[in-house]
Design a protein around this ligand. Structure first.
Ligand SMILES: Nc1ncnc2c1ncn2[C@@H]1O[C@H](COP(=O)(O)OP(=O)(O)O)[C@@H](O)[C@H]1O
Ligand SMILES: [Mg+2]
Length: 244
């Protein structure tokens, strides 16, 4: 039952992923693990392969080798909708919302698989988390600010009751106050039991909320550890970001 997905402990493992784009390898033998209720930051410079990794985990890109294991079951080759239904929701870069639909319609569209009573409950819960969207429930999503659109995109993902959420560029182009608010929301979602993969340009903010960190650079994982370890070894990030 999907209702239980967020509270039951699950694992999402990526094993040895190799992905090519335009004939070039953009991910090479990438492995990582996510845990329920925990935030894993994926850091790395532009072009490192972060979005390619998220797209592969979401079933949008097909790997040349490797596996994506949800509780041991390999999801590679499954369609994006099937992966979503299995409990992995993705917020792609650039907060994708259905601009011509209202905020509430966006949420309803994302939860159309639920029976009506359950759908109502989930919509109400999403509005509880994103309370600032409540007065804008009937407003077209395309007319909202960037931060509010990102909230709609996160709410859209939450409507599936995911066990895991992959968030690509949480705060790109958003004002500092909004970023802080979104970080708080990510923590709240994780406290609810969801395992989160967080891609965030403000590395210091990601390190503040994360339980685990991976640094990706030119398609390969260069570091894996805790935020404290990254803070104690700043060269880990400097080398990845300066190598560009
Ligand atoms: N649609 C695409 N077609 C071909 N190559 C792409 C495409 N999108 C990204 N790439 C390449 O894949 C590599 C990784 O990009 P990406 O996954 O977007 O990295 P990041 O999200 O870390 O910035 C880059 O070299 C980029 O140029
Ligand atoms: Mg990207």
């Amino acid at each position: 039952m999907a209702e239980a997905a967020a509270v039951t402990s699950k694992t999402l493992m990526v094993e040895g992923l190799t992905v090519r784009r335009g004939g070039r390898p953009v991910l090479r033998d990438v492995s990582l693990a996510l845990r329920s209720g925990s935030i894993t930051a994926l850091l790395g410079p532009n072009g490192a392969g972060k979005s390619s990794l998220v797209q592969t985990m979401a079933g949008v890109l097909q790997p040349e080798a490797g596996r994506v294991l949800l509780n041991g079951a390999n999801l590679v080759g499954r369609r994006p909708e099937a992966i979503r239904a299995a409990g992995i929701a993705t917020v792609l870069e650039g907060h994708q919302v259905l601009s011509d639909l209202s905020v509430e319609e966006n949420f309803r569209a994302a939860g159309s698989q639920w029976p009506v009573a359950v759908l109502e409950q989930h919509v109400a819960e999403v509005f509880t988390i994103f309370h600032e969207l409540k007065p804008k429930a009937r407003q077209k999503a395309g007319t909202l600010s960037g931060g509010q659109q990102q909230m709609v995109a996160l709410g859209h993902a939450l409507m599936c009751r995911p066990a895991f959420m992959l968030v690509d560029e949480l705060s790109l182009g958003l004002a500092p106050l909004v970023v802080q608010r979104l970080m708080g929301v990510i923590q709240e979602i994780a406290r609810g039991g969801v395992g989160i993969l967080l891609i965030e340009q403000f590395t210091h903010l990601a390190l503040k909320v994360a339980d685990a960190v991976y640094v990706l650079d030119r398609g390969a994982i260069r570091f894996q550890g805790t935020p404290a370890e990254v803070q104690a070894n700043p060269q880990v990030l400097h080398e990845a970001y300066l190598a560009q």
